[in-house]
Design a protein around this ligand. Structure first.
Ligand code: M6R
Length: 643
């Protein structure tokens, strides 16, 4: 039996510290951001697990596996089925006679190498009676592995996660929860885990530190998963776990043990998502469905939040009183990827309209920059999933320095939503496609609302407020109108999708939209694309221009229009094909461009909503034409829960 006393723990930590380089390196090799599920109840367990994994597949799709206990475990071991590839491969490999009555499952995303059958989860101890699925990184796995090998444990995989079942086995004395509690004391890093033991039918023990874990409460059945989507088909009642907590589940009950080893009482949350919202319906892909849902999703983000009478916005969840709002001297926005682009639009808008200095920063950068937190600054953490590690850790870092952080999140109850000081839910509904679309436009809506509220408390007149609120209210209709360009955009995509490189160019508030257009194209079509400020083009990117490199321009009808047209002429003069997303009726730009995609005329500050739509469609149709897996592009995962 392993005895891990304080001295051994200290020495393991010391070795971790001394070999940090290796640990970081091996962590990257084995970095996993995955989906996990556990089920205990009367249904056919393998079916529930497979169904849950299918819905979690967007979190990772390198390999998948399940472990079940029950009648089909005839050799004194849990039955484990794993397969490299997608859930469909696992489904095909499932033995017909599998008959478990409780179990766990996992879908894996690995950054480099290691996509093998052996490395697929669940991982088991040497007796074959303990199985574990893990989402996160065990940073001290090298030291733990060495120690466990000395105790006689035989390792069969290259993963960091495999130390967990071996550790649990060392502590196991007939009570899985006690063994897990002792085992996790040894773990450094992040984890969301679910564990089962063959000798304890129906019992699942979970623990979380830095990776999400949620209990699904059914009638005579219980679920444990990294994401609500895995269980929404079976229950609409969930309980969120916090870092440092452990949960002990059987088919009838759950109990949560806190960091202080005391039982935690927590109320259940009602989920309002409907099953249909996570299905593709009549669409071939989630991404297309989500693009076309935008008129409704934006309307939901705005719903009940515009105070027409006072020409301002009502944002109930900010948890900031009037004087605190009035005293905001600077806004700082932290986010990653598409959410960062929404933050960039927000920063332009807040400065331009509310006259509050604002900056959007990459979360992965700010965390390590020892950021300055000014006393009058207000911070936003923007995240669709609310689980992005870079954004979450950056948020915690600035909170540590005294920042007030508001979350702009889609996933209700997500970690950022819970740990932020207040915030705005964007209510896009579940976004399943890896490429974010409807969450982006709803994040924009949140920033427009906050800007209206802030501006009306400062410089904006009632008349201007009425105009701004009216324009905001007309956004869903404007986006619906823009979506009518679907077939036109598809024809353009077919014509240009064989190009190897694209430039996306915009100025002012449309610059972030150019960045977003380029990101969408590269992530799902794998075509190289660069987003540039059109003004910056002549400082370097113009060297890329040739007849083989198309440029996609965003042309507003504001004070920057003429300058953008000059930039188009510079490209045309060098033989580069030009696709323009511009304002309907702009015949001059249309005549200059090789292709022209019009959007309805509006207040120029609102073009980010409509102009991003043709770019989403363009990326989508290019990817489709090139035969890409649109919803699950290679190498990506929906929620990036590791750094
Ligand atoms: O869940 P988050 O909004 O925090 O995710 C941030 C990025 O990982 C995400 O926007 C990513 O860039 C998308 N795949 C873009 O489509």
């Amino acid at each position: 039996m392993l005895k891990v006393g304080p001295r051994l723990l200290h020495s393991i930590r010391f070795r971790v510290l001394m070999s940090k380089y290796w640990i970081i390196k091996s962590s990257i090799l084995e970095a996993i951001m995955c989906g996990i599920i556990g089920y205990s109840g009367p249904r056919k367990t393998s079916t529930v697990l497979l169904e849950g994994l299918r819905r979690l597949e967007y979190r990772g799709y390198d390999s998948a596996g399940i472990a079940v206990g029950g009648k089909s475990c005839t050799d004194g071991k849990l039955q484990v089925v794993k397969e490299v590839g997608k859930i469909s491969a696992l489904r095909a490999a499932m033995p017909a006679d599998i008959d478990g009555s409780w179990g766990i499952g996992h879908t894996r995303w690995a950054t480099h190498g290691g996509v093998t059958h052996a490395n697929a989860h669940p991982h088991i101890d040497n007796s074959g009676k303990i199985a574990v699925v893990h989402n996160g990184i065990i940073e001290n796995h090298t030291a733990l592995k060495t120690m466990l090998q000395k105790k006689g444990c035989v390792f069969r995989t290259e993963t960091d996660s495999e130390v967990i079942p071996h550790l649990i086995a060392q502590y196991y004395k007939g009570d899985l929860a006690e063994a897990v509690k002792a085992a996790i004391q040894n773990l450094e890093g992040t984890y969301g885990i679910a564990c089962i033991h063959l000798d304890e039918p129906g019992r699942i023990v979970g623990a979380r530190n830095g990776s999400p874990l949620i209990v699904g409460v059914g009638v005579g059945e219980m679920f444990l998963a990294s994401d609500i989507t895995a269980m929404v088909a079976y229950t609409d009642k969930v309980v969120y776990l916090n870092d440092g907590e452990l949960v002990d589940i059987d088919e009838h009950s759950y109990s949560i043990i806190g960091k202080d080893e005391q039982k935690v009482e927590r109320t259940t949350n009602q989920i309002t998502w409907e099953l249909g919202s996570i299905e593709k319906g009549d669409y071939p892909c989630h991404m297309e469905k989500e693009i076309f849902e935008q008129p409704e999703s934006i309307a939901r983000a705005l719903s009940g939040r515009i105070d027409a009478e006072n020409a301002t916005a009502k944002l109930g969840g900010l948890n900031l009183d009037r004087s605190r709002l009035l005293n905001v001297g600077r806004v700082k926005i932290i986010a990653a990827g598409t959410s960062w682009h929404a933050g960039l639009v927000g920063s332009y808008l807040l400065e331009q309209v509310a006259r509050i200095p604002a900056q959007a920063e990459l979360a992965s950068e700010i965390r390590y920059r020892n950021p300055v937190v000014e006393r009058d600054s207000l911070w936003f953490a923007v995240s669709q999933s609310g689980e992005t590690a870079d954004s979450l850790f950056a948020m915690r870092e600035v909170q540590r320095k005294g920042a007030t952080v508001l979350g702009i999140c889609n996933v209700v109850g997500s970690t950022i939503a819970r740990e932020s000081d207040g915030g705005i839910y964007v209510h896009s509904g579940p976004e399943i496609a890896v490429a974010s679309t409807k969450a982006f436009t709803s994040q924009l809506a949140a920033f427009y609302l906050f800007t209206l509220l802030s501006a009306r408390m400062r410089n904006m007149s009632r008349e201007e407020g009425i105009h701004f609120a009216g324009a905001l209210q007309s956004v869903p209709g404007m986006v619906a109108e823009t979506l009518k360009a679907r077939d036109h955009v598809q024809r353009i995509a077919k014509k240009y999708c064989r190009a190897k490189d694209f430039l996306f160019l915009g100025r002012g508030i449309l610059y972030p939209i150019a960045l977003e257009g380029a990101l969408k194209l590269k992530e799902i079509s794998y075509i190289h694309a660069e987003g540039c400020s059109a003004g910056e083009m002549k400082h370097g990117p113009i060297a890329l221009i040739s007849p083989e490199v198309p440029s996609v321009f965003l042309v507003s009808d504001d004070y920057l229009r003429e300058k953008t047209i000059s930039n188009i002429r510079e490209i045309k003069a060098r033989g580069g094909p030009v696709i323009v997303v511009g304002v309907e009726g702009d015949t001059e730009t249309a005549a200059l461009a090789d292709e022209f995609i019009p959007v309805p005329k509006t207040d120029p500050r609102f073009y980010p909503f409509s102009m991003v739509v043709p770019l989403q469609l363009f990326a989508y149709f290019c990817a489709l034409e090139l035969g890409r897996d649109v919803d699950q592009p290679r190498n990506l995962a929906k929620s990036v829960t590791v750094e």
